[in-house]
Design a protein around this ligand. Structure first.
Ligand SMILES: [Zn+2]
Length: 595
């Protein structure tokens, strides 16, 4: 571990030293009454030293190198995290299923998908013989705020581990509130866990803030949704924030697939369908793919802090916000676009306001922020092809067709394939069991998959189950993503720079760039901490986002079950450093309000 920047070690306080002496003395006498007195004498008034608020921020699809490259464009909250916080530039998910539900659950539980069970955004349910999403719950109903009528039912019931936030509430001294926001249900829900005080996401079909019967309806969200309708942003035009010379790459990204109503480059008007005169579903989709949604989420989070008095209860409160728009913008315009850079530059300003607000009302040293991303993103293949690199789209439908064709004339029921969900191939009931005893047919199937352009190889379920020890990083990543009851019978490994294409063969794709493979560009994400208990610096060690929850748990004095992550002790300040920091930054003090 190489630390390029760190706090100077501070002198122990007299109180702490005398406390140690008293404890030692009491310990050697073995008299319980004296031990109790010594403990009392040793305990400074502000103990236990715990953060008053944990702020978990996730930027959907923020690849790790965005910090390296684009931080010159930042002046606000992202810059502050990098410069005043602990930055881990070499953080990456160690698994293959680099998707939103998987990443958020890994961050919130400290476990890998093989353990937390969120193996993908969606998978094939073998019992019901239908596809399910990671949050779909037949026993709950979604409810819209501000009187909106919404469909579906979402909860964390498929999540096999408790989230850090749930444990904080359960193990803490009481009074902990858990509040999360995102555009996406799978982000807001996974950051919170099975129970919470307010879990809020956005339904773009009707433009409504939403929760479900798994969680309480929150009065402050209802009020905010009523007084701040998203439709107010209708008619706005997204233009670049920075001067043209500040952006990397060309103004028009090669291979971009912008959302309806947006052109291939700025400006992007948010006016819905061509004949619309007000907010419609097309507008809500444009809004999600714009910086206005990030600003809205940040302001809603500030409102939650005020209305609930987060950071002011006896326990440690938890605020989780997942900013989804970088993902929508990234899918549309790709990682080498002005749009992604602009989205981040504006998020940087939004986070500056959020942190300034927290400094003022909670106190700079009383809250801890962790920021990461749920996954990275691959370059747009058409863009990379310009360099002569081997890049393209791996068509999932084509995989399905070639497997069926390979089994033509062999004694297999049709269809043989139930579903191909990216890397996971699910066979119809009985088919895979039969293939396992039929070496010729299995060989034909695997050869057929490997003949699809972009396929690097195929693993059978038996090769991944139980996370076998292996030197092969791709097999290890596939195994860390694998849970037999939910994962495919076969797992396809794509070639590098060959992302999944889910469109019908011959039909245009709905996105320009995507993610979801075991390669570093999909796995590498920023991990940044700032505030209570954090020792600033740049930490060049290989870590994973599964380390975030154990680190926060350590700061909050609680214990989690999973052992997939570790406490990032190198970035934690000593107790006396924490005490000094807290003393110099009470809410509203000069230190806490400096810009
Ligand atoms: Zn995505």
């Amino acid at each position: 571990m190489f630390v390029t920047k760190a706090l100077k070690p501070k002198r122990r306080t007299v109180m702490a030293v005398s406390g140690v002496v008293l404890l030692l003395w009491a310990g050697t006498t073995g008299v319980p009454r004296i031990v109790a007195q010594a403990n009392k004498a040793a305990a400074p008034k502000e103990l236990p030293m715990r953060p008053k608020l944990v702020v978990m921020l996730v930027v959907d699809q923020m690849r790790g190198d965005y910090v390296d490259k684009f931080r010159v464009q930042w002046t606000g909250g992202l810059k502050r995290l990098v410069e005043e916080g602990a930055w881990f530039p070499d953080a990456a998910y160690p698994y293959a299923a680099t998707e939103t539900c998987v990443g958020h659950t890994t961050i919130s539980t400290g476990a890998l998908p093989a353990m937390h069970g969120m193996v993908s955004n969606a998978w094939w349910d073998r019992e019901q013989q239908k596809g399910v999403t990671c949050t779909s719950d037949p026993n709950v109903k979604n409810t819209g705020y501000a009187g909106a009528s919404v469909k579906g039912g979402d909860s964390a019931w498929r999540m096999l581990m408790t989230a850090f936030a749930e444990e904080l509430k359960f193990q803490g001294s009481g009074g902990t509130r858990v509040v999360t926001f995102s555009l996406k249900a799978r982000a807001a829900i996974m950051m919170a866990g099975h129970q919470a005080d307010a879990v809020t996401w956005f339904d773009p079909a009707v433009g409504a803030w939403t929760t479900s019967s798994a969680y309480p309806m929150a009065g402050f969200v209802e009020e905010y949704a009523k007084t701040h309708p998203v439709s107010r942003d209708y008619g706005k035009t997204w233009t670049p924030l920075l001067p043209s010379s500040a952006y990397w790459y060309g103004e028009t990204a090669t291979g971009a697939v912008p959302p309806a109503g947006f052109g291939p480059s700025f400006p992007h008007p948010l006016r819905g369908k061509p004949d619309s005169t007000g907010a419609d579903a097309t507008f809500y989709s444009q809004w999600q793919t714009s910086p206005y949604a990030e600003t809205y989420l940040a302001q809603m989070a500030e409102d939650a802090v005020d209305k609930l008095g987060l950071g002011k209860s006896a326990g440690t409160d938890y605020l989780g916000v997942s900013f989804s728009s970088v993902d929508y913008v990234g899918h549309a315009f790709g990682p080498r676009s002005w749009e992604v850079q602009d989205e981040l530059a504006r998020l940087d300003r939004d986070l500056a306001s959020l942190f300034a607000h927290l400094d003022k009302v909670v106190g700079r040293a009383n809250y801890v922020v962790a920021l990461s991303a749920d996954h990275g993103v691959a370059p747009i293949p058409e863009d990379l092809q310009k360099t002569g690199a081997d890049a393209g789209w791996l068509n999932v439908e084509e995989v399905k067709q070639r497997i069926e064709k390979a089994l033509d004339g062999l004694s297999y029921a049709k269809p043989a394939v139930a579903e191909v969900g990216g890397g996971d191939v699910y066979f119809t009931p009985g088919t895979y069991e039969k293939l396992k005893t039929d070496a010729a047919a299995m060989h034909a199937v695997i050869e057929a998959i490997e003949s699809v352009p972009g396929v690097a190889g195929v693993y059978r379920a038996e090769e991944l189950e139980g996370r076998p020890a292996t030197e092969n990083p791709i097999r290890r990543a596939e195994a860390a993503s694998f849970l037999k009851s939910r994962s495919g019978d076969l797992m396809i490994v794509p070639k590098p720079y060959w992302p999944w294409d889910f469109s019908t063969v011959g039909r245009p794709r709905q996105y320009g760039a995507t993610h979801g493979t075991p390669y570093y560009y999909d796995q590498r994400v920023p991990v940044l901490f700032m505030g209570f208990g954090i020792r600033p610096g740049v930490y060049h060690g290989t870590i994973t986002p599964a380390d975030i929850a154990p680190t926060l748990a350590s700061l909050c004095g609680i214990t989690l079950a999973p052992r997939d992550g570790r406490v990032l002790g190198e970035a934690l300040a000593k107790t006396d450093e924490r005490r000094t920091a807290r003393k110099s930054s009470a809410p509203g003090s000069a230190e806490s309000t400096k810009p």
